[in-house]
Design a protein around this ligand. Structure first.
Ligand code: ATP
Ligand code: MG
Length: 598
């Protein structure tokens, strides 16, 4: 179906005037120094201190939001569990005091391995308050990826649910020599009975700890706060270090990119095991004083539509992979639900095909706002905000305080990259950000050389290719690693995938370059189908013809294979490098983050 190139915002789309009403003026007047001062002046720590947990909780705990629900945990079989801002503050102080009593000092590394349960949130916030560096581990990781990360990060303390610990780590303590303490959270209402010696019981220690502040947090803006591992889409996951100053960017982006405000009921579907679930599932919503709904269950189409309706979600932050799964099940189900509370939907993690933006409008009543960032950037950098029209397929425009551009690489002597900014619009090149935003990563764990290679002069180089149009919108082309060179053309897989997604049979598409004697590389697509479609020759021919018609012969896929499901990372990204390795019979490389893998 041919669609217009732009979705103009209507009053019905907006419901409320956006937080960011005059985009150009806000960008012009914005400064990170002013943001920092505003925080210091309102509820900052003395002597220029800054602490993520303090900003997220204490700022509200003494004010009008103190009794408001901060977190609401919902699950299939138990009653919802709610924590007010005041209660969450108390619990986080309790955990900080518990750490102190265990002799865990500032700067110690606290790893968390648990499902989306309240104790995980309390441990994260309490450890941040205490000045520890927090690393979440995704709960579906197998033993190897968990142990590798614990050792890479030299974890001092692990908080885990007893169930996950028993399944994955019991009896392997000697493989994690840096761990001084393991704290186990048992089933609700019971005590840990783990057979491993040297494990501690969360409930007992928490009950014994005080929930009074013994001393205000003493972290500085540049103290490390978070260590996140990347998704591992392009290779071995990297450890990415963030500092407490990142909270400034969490604050600004929660307001401007997600348009959050205290009256919202907000649902971020990302797991806190990944950076999105930490920055926007825990920190940013608390900073904005919203009520966050946390679903403790796994993805389920019916359940998700039901939650949006029954929980009266007003702002929803999700990912293309989830949207594709919802799209796959058709629009029939959506008609049975009332999504009238929804006023803003955003997506991150992968390119959002135009088809998905439109699906939002048709099935949920609102277009979906794509935004772009990375584990390294710590917070949303480029976004379709509530304040301007959407060009479906574009990632939007840089947020206030963010300067983005497209650069080309120059031949450089030595290791340091050199780049030139491409001022002209519509030219493809590497997406770069001007250094200086507060949530920029401060290191790759144990890899200073790799860190340095990410910078050229004042620019951070993202490793993603994009172009900027004359209106200042950025368009994702592909990861530098994934771009296909075919008969002299540079082809971004995203464009090809988006056009395949327009075909009614296609649920997911992943495109690679396959070595070809004539073309250099040939465009090859892998697709999975929606229910009711048969993977046969007729459909293959139809898809090939659809591609040629949409894209022209030079860019269209020359080969299409059907797969029941495309390989994805656990954070929901299509792993094109794996499609390619399998196609070429090459080693698969690091698959620790493969969905359904180890
Ligand atoms: P690794 O660095 O280990 O290969 P990763 O890059 O997938 O994994 P993340 O930091 O979780 O790890 O993901 C950031 C990347 O995700 C971006 O560099 C980009 O390639 C992709 N991405 C995120 N949001 C978008 C978006 N809105 N549009 C297109 N791509 C996106
Ligand atoms: Mg990356």
């Amino acid at each position: 179906m041919d669609r217009p190139a732009i979705i103009h915002k209507t009053a019905a789309d907006l419901r409320l005037p956006p937080n960011l009403s005059d985009y150009a003026a806000t960008c012009r007047d914005f400064s990170w120094a002013a943001q920092a001062k505003a925080i210091r002046d309102s509820q900052g720590l003395p002597n220029g201190g800054l602490n993520i947990a303090f900003e997220a909780l204490d700022a509200h705990a003494g004010g009008p939001l103190r009794d408001k629900t901060a977190l609401r945990f919902v699950s299939r079989n138990a009653a919802p569990q709610e924590f007010s801002y005041a209660e969450l503050t108390r619990q986080s102080k309790r955990f900080a005091n518990l750490l102190r009593e265990l002799g865990v000092s500032k700067g110690a590394k606290v790893f968390v391995l648990a499902g989306r349960m309240p104790q995980l949130y309390i441990a994260v916030l309490g450890a941040l308050r205490h000045g520890c560096v927090v690393t979440p581990l995704f709960s579906a990781f197998g033993p190897e990826p968990i142990i590798t990360r614990i050792n890479l990060g030299a974890a001092d303390l692990l908080v885990s649910s007893e169930e996950l610990y028993r399944r994955k780590l019991q009896g392997r303590r000697e493989q994690m020599p840096t761990l001084r303490h393991v704290l186990l959270v048992a089933e609700e209402g019971s005590r840990s009975v783990c057979a491993d010696p040297d494990t501690l019981d969360w409930a007992t220690l928490m009950a014994a700890a005080s929930d009074e502040e013994s001393a205000a947090p003493d972290t500085r803006p540049e103290d490390p706060a978070l260590l996140h591992f990347t998704s591992g889409t392009t290779g071995t996951p990297k450890g990415v270090v963030h500092v407490h100053a990142a909270v400034l960017a969490h604050h600004a982006s929660g307001r401007y990119a997600l348009d959050l405000r205290p009256e919202d009921r907000y649902w971020c579907t990302a797991d806190p095991g990944w950076v999105t679930g930490m920055s926007y599932g825990i920190i940013a919503p608390l900073l904005q004083g919203v009520t966050s709904v946390v679903d403790m269950e796994e993805f389920d189409t019916d359940r998700w539509y039901g939650l949006l309706e029954q929980e009266r979600i007003s702002v929803w932050y999700t990912a293309p992979t989830a949207i594709r799964m919802l799209m796959k099940s058709g629009t029939e189900q959506t008609r049975r639900h009332d999504f009238s509370a929804l006023r803003f939907i955003a997506s991150v993690g992968e390119p959002l095909n135009p088809e998905a933006v439109w699906w939002g409008k048709e099935a949920l009543g609102l277009p979906i706002h794509d935004n772009w960032w990375q584990t390294e950037t710590g917070a949303i950098m480029i976004a379709n905000t509530a304040a301007f029209d959407i060009k479906p397929g574009s990632m939007g425009r840089p947020l206030p305080g963010v300067e983005a551009c497209i650069v080309e690489h120059l031949e450089a002597e030595g290791a340091a990259p050199q780049v030139r900014v491409i001022a002209a619009p519509d030219v493809e090149g590497e997406l770069a950000l001007r250094v200086g935003w507060p949530s920029m990563f401060r290191a790759y764990l144990n890899n200073e050389a790799r860190y340095r290679k990410c910078f050229a002069g004042d620019w951070y180089l993202s490793g993603d290719l994009a172009r900027r149009d004359a209106d200042g919108y950025f368009w994702f082309v592909g990861r530098a690693d994934d771009v296909i060179k075919s008969a002299g053309h540079l082809i971004g897989p995203f464009e090809v995938e988006s056009s395949l997604m327009e075909h009614p049979a296609v649920a997911e598409a992943g495109v690679i370059g396959k070595p070809d004697a004539v073309l250099g590389e040939m465009v090859k697509a892998f697709v999975s189908l929606k229910p009711g479609f048969k993977a046969d020759e007729a459909l293959r021919r139809d898809l090939l013809a659809h591609g040629r018609k949409r894209l022209g012969a030079a860019i269209a896929p020359k080969e299409i294979d059907f797969l029941p499901k495309l390989p994805c990372t656990r954070s929901g990204k299509i792993m094109r490098r794996l499609l390619k390795a399998r196609e070429l019979g090459l080693p698969e490389g690091d698959t620790s983050t493969l969905e359904g893998g180890a």
